[in-house]
Design a binder for this molecule. Structure first.
Ligand SMILES: [Zn+2]
Length: 60
């Protein structure tokens, strides 16, 4: 399953979730649902290690 990065629009908390497509993401800090995906400036597809990102720090 993909590990996605999110940021909370209410408290600014950044977190990541192992998520499925149908799951509603909430901020673990303030429980807000006003969260958005964030992209950490990585080039997707580059150095793709197949989901185990201990080798590259998060290529999805
Ligand atoms: Zn929050």
């Amino acid at each position: 399953m993909p590990v996605l990065d999110f940021k909370c629009n209410d408290c600014g908390n950044e977190f990541f979730e192992i998520t499925t497509a149908n799951e509603k993401i909430k901020c673990p800090k303030c429980k807000s649902e006003k969260v958005e995906r964030v992209y950490k400036g990585k080039f997707y597809g580059k150095n793709n290690c197949g989901g185990d990102c201990s080798c590259c720090g998060g290529c999805h």
